[in-house]
Structure formats: structure tokens, C-alpha cells
Ligand binder design. Structure first.
Ligand SMILES: *Cc1c(COP(=O)(O)O)cnc(C)c1O
Length: 489
């Protein structure tokens, strides 16, 4: 049966446009598929990134017409990325690096958040919606700016972003707090990303329908809990694979491993969806920093978030509750929504759950976990630069280390690079063993000099721009804050 089902037990399915508009299911579950569309890579030989996007989004997001998907993809990528391939693949040493950071905010979230506002706008028109949509988003650093950029001045849609006051880089903060656009809101919370995400999820399930009706507003999400975020991420697994075939590195049908710096588990889950659609994916290596809940989960079958939260040099991976894992559990438990709901209830009450061995075995057929702390990531940045001349950001460096741990001699490994090194110049300079200047502008200049690369044009001057958003609130006050925004939206 087609359509999107809640992982927690809606009996009824919704269409692609409905799932995109809602973001999260009314029961708190995530929309996912029971059966996955087959997309044979043989049929996409020679296709551009946009052509692969059209094919993947068309296959996944049932309910949009072909013309609608074509229009969304066209508008999403026209002139927004600084390379025509969108996601170029580079050989670095004995591995490949898939650069996903060539969009307007220099992190991989741009790939999907360029498309999502288009899909949402189109869905509103299809569904004949006259209310406003208020997007709520929790960010560990990069989703915020990518979502704000994607949604800025989109008619009928407003957006509020919550970010942890401590723990994101100065450039990440400035990208959000200086963003222009009448329909934007940005607010810091005195807590970490998990608290921001929990707060947002709670607002979705607790806001009263009367309030929404009265103010003519409905809520949705730009986080990877939205299926409209996930589907565009499947595309670059295909594009990377097809590039390896084109370049003669593999034959069509050969397996390729992918190593993914992981936080909310959205990026790597898209790789699993690609596999379920017929891409010859070998292993999916789940790379974590010191917040290594997922490494432990994959090793032991116990998910346990009762542990210290570490603020690391790879802040976009500082997450203890990886939302999208829920979609993998649903699949590994043979689409048993009540079993998923029970595990999620346990997680909420006790902070942990144990996945039955059979489901765990299924996950382990494909997933392997590895983690690297800040020191290991910095060392990798320096070593890879000395050996190959390639400069990585700290998130990519965590994945590089994990890929080294899990490498197989006979299977090519693609490391997903999720951010430009120029987004984290201080950490990268440390990794390179350079003296780190105090001034952020000087850091960028020094990194340009050492790496021989230009900083992305989109990051230029961001630290000097005028501050527009200064709100800082307690995580417990998020509902209040949103009600105020919604009433004025
Ligand atoms: C968001 C992000 C990640 C983690 O991706 P998930 O889909 O949340 O697992 C990794 N690296 C960077 C730079 C990010 O912005």
C-alpha cells in the first residue's frame, strides 16, 4: 500500500503533499513508507543532479504531479549552489569525499532545504490552504540558517528557529541572527539541542487546535523529521554512485560503502532509503563524536541517552536523541507501529530502550558505528592535509576517522562532507597546527592562505552584518514564545 504512515500507529496513510505540510504525525510519530519505490541506478546513467532529483522525488513523494516536482527542483537549485554538479565527488587519498556544502549556507542541509520550501508552497496550493504555515525548527547549528535562507519571504509561510545559546560556532550564530526576511524569527534557548528539539516536538503535540483555527495558522517542521527534508537527501547517494561508475572506479552493481557524520540520523537514513530503492550500498558507517549514543546502540542494541552531553568541535552532531532512528526502527520491526510506539514511550520515560535482537540483527546487516573525539578529529584534519592537501571541516573529520576504523580493502568508501571548513575556521586551523588568530576575519584569511582555497562567497562579511535577533529564553518558555509569534504571524 502506498502513502505515508506514522511510525507510531496511524491506521490511515497521507499523501506526499500532506506529509510535507504536517511535518510530524498527529500522534507524535514520523511519516514513513511501508514499501519503497524501486529506482534502478542503471536508468540514471548520465543524468544530472537535477534529473536524479526529479526521478527520486517523483518516486518518493506520491501526490505531486511530474510538472510540480520538475518546477520545485528547478527553482530549488537554480543559481543557488556555487558548483554546477551541486554535490561534487573528490578523490582524497584512498577514499572519496562527497562535498555537500556548496549551497548558500555552506552546509549539507542546503541540499534539502532548498527544495523543502518549494514542496511546501506547492502543497499549500494543491490542498487549497488559506491559513498561514508556521515552521518550527530546532537547530544544532546548520539547519537554522539553511531553513531561514530557504523560507525567507516565501509567501504564506513564517518560520521560527530555536538554537542552543552555547555550543554553536560564531559564524553559525551570525548566519542566523543577521538573516534578512520579514517572515523570520530566531531565538536562543538556555539549553542544548535536545532540549530545543524536545520543546519543538512538544509544541506540535500540545498546541490547541482552537488556537490554530482562531489565528488561521498551522504548524509544520523543517527538521529532518519532515519527509520533504529526507527525500532530497537520497539523491546524492545516487549521484555519488553514478559518478564512481562514470569515472570507471566501479562497475555498475558493485557495492560502495558510505560513511556519514551523524546527528539526528537523517542524512544516513537517506542512504538506507537509497539502498531500499535498489542502490548497491554496502555498509553505512554511522560516525559520531563524543556524543556516541549511536555507536553504543549499534554495538549493544541498547539505546541510552542517560549520559553527559558533550559540547564538541562538531556541534551539528551534538545530539543524544536522534529522531530519525525511529524510522529505521519501524523498518527493522517490520512496520510494527505499536512496537515503535512502545519503545518511544520507554525512551521518553526512562531515557532508554532495548531493541529486540532480531530487529537489531537486521540493522547490523547494513549499519556499523564508530566514534571519534575532538582530539582524533583535529589530528585527522592535520594528517589528511599533510598527506593529500585536502582540508576538511571537523564534522567531516569525525567521519574520516570512522571510515578509517571501518574501511574494507575491497570496497570503495565515500565519506560525506557536511560542512565547508570555512564555517569552522578556528577548529580547522587548530587541526592544521597553525597559530589561531583571535579575530574571526583573520582566521578566515589564514585558512585561505594555508589551504589555497577561497572561502565561500556566502560566508563573506557575515560576522559584520547587523544583529537582528537577540531573544534568549528558557527552554520551558518555548510554547509561550511560539503562541506569541503565531498570534502575530
Ligand atoms: C546536521 C549536520 C550533521 C548531522 O546530520 P543528521 O542528518 O542530523 O544526522 C552533520 N554535519 C553537519 C555539518 C550538519 O550540519
Amino acid at each position: 500500500m502506498s502513502g505515508f504512515y506514522s511510525t507510531r500507529g496511524d491506521k490511515n496513510s497521507v499523501s506526499g503533499p500532506q506529509a510535507v505540510l504536517r511535518g510530524i504525525a498527529p500522534d507524535g510519530g514520523l511519516y514513513t513508507l511501508k514499501d519503497f519505490p524501486k529506482i534502478p541506478p542503471q536508468e540514471l546513467v548520465g543524468a544530472s543532479f537535477q534529473e536524479i532529483s526529479r526521478r527520486v522525488l517523483g518516486a518518493y513523494l506520491e501526490g505531486y504531479t511530474r510538472e510540480e516536482i520538475d518546477g520545485c527542483v528547478e527553482r530549488a537549485y537554480a543559481n543557488k549552489f556555487d558548483v554546477k554538479e551541486i554535490a561534487p565527488l573528490k578523490q582524497v587519498g584512498d577514499k572519496y569525499v562527497l562535498e555537500l556544502f556548496h549551497g548558500p549556507t555552506a552546509a549539507f542541509k542546503d541540499v534539502a532545504l532548498s527544495v523543502l520550501p518549494q514542496l511546501m508552497r506547492c502543497a499549500m496550493e494543491k490542498e487549497g490552504r488559506s491559513d498561514r504555515i508556521l515552521i518550527l525548527t530546532a537547530t544544532s547549528g546548520d539547519t537554522g540558517s539553511a531553513a531561514l535562507t530557504g523560507f525567507a519571504d516565501v509567501p504564506g509561510i513564517s518560520i521560527v528557529v530555536f538554537y542552543p545559546d552555547k555550543g554553536i560556532s560564531p559564524i553559525q550564530r551570525a548566519q542566523m541572527t543577521t538573516m534578512a526576511g520579514e517572515n523570520l524569527g530566531v531565538c536562543a534557548i538556555t539549553g542544548n539541542f535536545d532540549q530545543a528539539q524536545t520543546g519543538v516536538k512538544r509544541i506540535f503535540t500540545e498546541i490547541s487546535p482552537e488556537f490554530c483555527r482562531e489565528h488561521g495558522v498551522s504548524l509544520s517542521s523543517a527538521n529532518s523529521i519532515n519527509i520533504g527534508r529526507l527525500a532530497p537527501q537520497i539523491v546524492y547517494y545516487y549521484s555519488a554512485y553514478l559518478e564512481l561508475v562514470r569515472a570507471g572506479r566501479i562497475a555498475m552493481g558493485d557495492k560502495v560503502d558510505f560513511c556519514v557524520p551523524t546527528g539526528n540520523f537523517g542524512d544516513i537514513l537517506a542512504g538506507y532509503f537509497a539502498l531500499l530503492s535498489g542502490l548497491p550500498v554496502g555498509r553505512l558507517i554511522c560516525a559520531s563524536n563524543e556524543n556516541n549514543v549511536l555507536t553504543d546502540f549499534l554495538a549493544t542494541g541498547t539505546y541510552d541517552k542517560n549520559r553527559d552531553f558533550h559540547v564538541t568541535l562538531s556541534p551539528s552532531m551534538d545530539i543524544l536523541v536522534s529522531s530519525n532512528l525511529e524510522r529505521l526502527l519501524y523498518n527493522a520491526l517490520d512496520n510494527d507501529a505499536s512496537a515503535v510506539a512502545a519503545l518511544m514511550a520507554q525512551l521518553k520515560e526512562t531515557g532508554r530502550y532495548i531493541l529486540p535482537e532480531q530487529a537489531m540483527a537486521r540493522i547490523r546487516e547494513r549499519f556499523v558505528g564508530a566514534c571519534a573525539d575532538d582530539e582524533a578529529a583535529l589530528a585527522a584534519i592535520g594528517r589528511v592535509f599533510r598527506e593529500t592537501g585536502y582540508v576538511m571541516d571537523p564534522h567531516t573529520a569525525v567521519a574520516w576517522r570512522a571510515a578509517e576504523d571501518c574501511a574494507r580493502a575491497d570496497v570503495p568508501c565515500v565519506v560525506l562532507s557536511t560542512a565547508s571548513p570555512f564555517k569552522f575556521p578556528a577548529s580547522v586551523l587548530r587541526g592544521l597546527g597553525a597559530e589561531v588568530p583571535e579575530d574571526a576575519g583573520e582566521q578566515t584569511a589564514l585558512l585561505e592562505k594555508l589551504s589555497g582555497e577561497k572561502a565561500p562567497a556566502s560566508l563573506a562579511g557575515v560576522l559584520e552584518r547587523e544583529l537582528r535577533f537577540k531573544d534568549v529564553i528558557d527552554p520551558n518558555d518555548m510554547m509561550q514564545y511560539v503562541l506569541g509569534k503565531a498570534a502575530r504571524a
